[in-house]
Structure formats: structure tokens, C-alpha cells
Design a protein around this ligand. Structure first.
Ligand SMILES: NC(=O)c1ccc[n+]([C@@H]2O[C@H](COP(=O)([O-])OP(=O)(O)OC[C@H]3O[C@@H](n4cnc5c(N)ncnc54)[C@H](OP(=O)(O)O)[C@@H]3O)[C@@H](O)[C@H]2O)c1
Length: 244
């Protein structure tokens, strides 16, 4: 797929990896529809930075825990741009308190709603609006840690494992018009509140390549998946070998 001139919706596209993905797509010539939750000021900044790359950019807020709000995202992008060619399911929550003893029904429901139900509903709406004879691309951002079952971030792991499997299921369900691929991330950015030193220490002890990844490595792999027309159901672990 030639990316220039295509329209991409990026969930959680205002900050951190989402912002990097938004700007990489804009750099490649895509018009971007930047979904955000609470980061209104960063969304405006990302919109300004994307527009400076010579494309059209719009921002739109919706709480991904609320299915009615989710249902407004793709129609709003279609209203702005006429159609959507690319969907990046990036937004997710990663709560510290999500362990076996403390996770309760409310946290379970919120994690599944944001991390798995929203990507499902958005994929459905994306496929439904795609005009006949048009190729579409979905990229899901999942987590490489699900390759090694452990008990930290208990329900988060289940949602990201589900997103991995849903990538393969959607690849079947939406072929031949839409390809559905994913990247499964390891140590890429430090968690909010931690600095780069934290990530480098972790990488030295846990990552076979003894270094952390970067937003650029993620965007390079996502752009690669978007330009490949014979890849679908592929999940690329980007983890320096941590979860081999
Ligand atoms: N960082 C890493 O090294 C790493 C490692 C493994 C996997 N990942 C995955 O990579 C993706 C991006 O990671 P990140 O570290 O950049 O994430 P992050 O800093 O935690 O950002 C989360 C994003 O999700 C959005 N979001 C969360 N809850 C939302 C809700 N209820 N409604 C709407 N938007 C919501 C946030 O939007 P607002 O700020 O606008 O509310 C934000 O843009 C995630 O899927 C994450 O699981 C990241």
C-alpha cells in the first residue's frame, strides 16, 4: 500500500507511542485522525506538529471504556475525511494495581473494555465503512510479555493475549480486503513516572540484546507492516529477545 494520501485513525494518538505513530504516519503522507482520552492539550500539540508535516490532522476525544463513545470515533473520522484506510489500535491501560489479589470485577471490566472491546468495535466499524474495492489495514499494539505467562499485570496480560489472538481472527474475518497485523512490544518506553535510567537498568538484566527499544523502532515496524500487502495475521515481537 502506498501510504501518501491515506487516512489513518490512531487511538491514544496524542502522547508517547501513540504520538510517535501519529507523526510517523504524517511523515509518510497520511492524513491523521488523532483519538485521545484525557490528553486534550497534548492532542492539540500533536495535531499542530502533524499539520506542520503538510497533511490534514483532526483530533477527537472519546472514552474507550464507553461503547457509545467508541461508536462515534470512526463515523467522526469518515465525516472529516470521507473514508478511513488505516486503523491503529494503540490505546490501552496498564494499571499498577492489576495483580491476582487486588483486581476486582470493576477493574477487570475496564481493562477488557479499553484494551480489547474497543479495538474489536473499532475494527468492526472500520471494516463497515471501507468502500468496495478499497484495501484497508489494521495494526494492533499488543505486548510481548504474553508469550511468557507470569502473574504480574494479571488482567492486562489477558487483554493483550486476547488482542494477539484477535489479530489472527480478524485477519481471517476481514480478508481479502483488510490486512490485520500487530506489533508485540517489550521494553520500549519507561512507564509514566520512571526515567530512561530505569528502562536501561531493566534492559541490562532482562533483555538478551542488553538495550531498550525506542519509539522509532516501533514506528519503523508498523510502517513496514502497513506497506506489505501479503502479510496478514502477523505479530512481530519487538522486545530485543526478552520473551523468547
Ligand atoms: N511503553 C512500552 O514500553 C510498552 C510496552 C508494551 C506494550 N505497550 C503498548 O503500547 C501501547 C502504547 O503504550 P504507551 O506506553 O504509549 O501507553 P500510555 O502512555 O499508557 O498511553 C496510553 C494511551 O491510551 C489512551 N487511553 C487510555 N485509556 C483510555 C480511555 N479510557 N479512553 C481513551 N483513551 C485512553 C491514553 O489517552 P489519553 O492520554 O488521551 O487519555 C493514551 O494515549 C499500549 O497499547 C501499550 O499496552 C507499550
Amino acid at each position: 500500500m502506498e501510504l501518501a494520501g491515506k487516512v489513518a485513525v490512531i487511538t491514544g494518538g496524542a502522547v508517547r507511542l501513540g504520538r510517535a505513530l501519529t507523526l510517523a504516519l504524517a511523515q509518510a503522507g497520511c492524513h491523521v485522525f488523532i483519538h485521545y482520552g484525557r490528553s486534550a492539550a497534548p492532542a492539540q500539540q500533536t495535531q499542530t506538529d502533524a499539520q506542520a508535516l503538510g497533511i490534514q490532522a483532526h483530533i477527537f476525544s472519546a472514552d474507550l471504556a464507553d461503547p457509545n463513545a467508541v461508536s462515534r470515533i470512526i463515523p467522526a473520522a469518515v465525516a472529516q475525511f470521507g473514508q478511513v484506510d488505516i486503523l491503529i489500535n494503540n490505546a490501552a491501560i496498564f494499571p499498577e494495581e492489576d495483580n491476582f489479589s487486588h483486581t476486582d470485577a470493576a477493574l477487570w471490566d475496564k481493562l477488557f473494555a479499553v484494551n480489547l472491546r474497543a479495538p474489536f468495535l473499532l475494527s468492526q466499524a472500520f471494516a463497515a465503512q471501507l468502500p468496495a474495492n478499497t484495501q484497508g489495514k489494521i495494526i494492533n499494539i499488543t505486548d510481548a510479555r504474553v508469550r511468557h505467562p507470569q502473574t504480574d499485570h494479571f488482567v492486562y496480560r489477558l487483554t493483550k493475549g486476547g488482542l494477539w489472538q484477535m489479530t489472527e481472527m480478524l485477519a481471517h474475518a476481514l480478508a481479502p480486503r483488510v490486512t490485520v497485523n500487530a506489533v508485540a512490544l517489550g521494553a520500549i518506553l519507561p512507564p509514566p513516572g520512571q526515567d530512561e535510567g530505569y528502562l536501561q537498568n531493566l534492559a541490562q538484566t532482562r533483555v538478551p540484546l542488553q538495550r531498550a527499544g525506542s519509539a522509532e523502532i516501533v514506528t519503523q515496524n508498523v510502517l513496514h507492516l502497513l506497506t506489505q500487502d501479503f502479510l496478514t495475521g502477523v505479530v512481530i515481537p519487538i522486545d530485543g529477545g526478552e520473551f523468547l
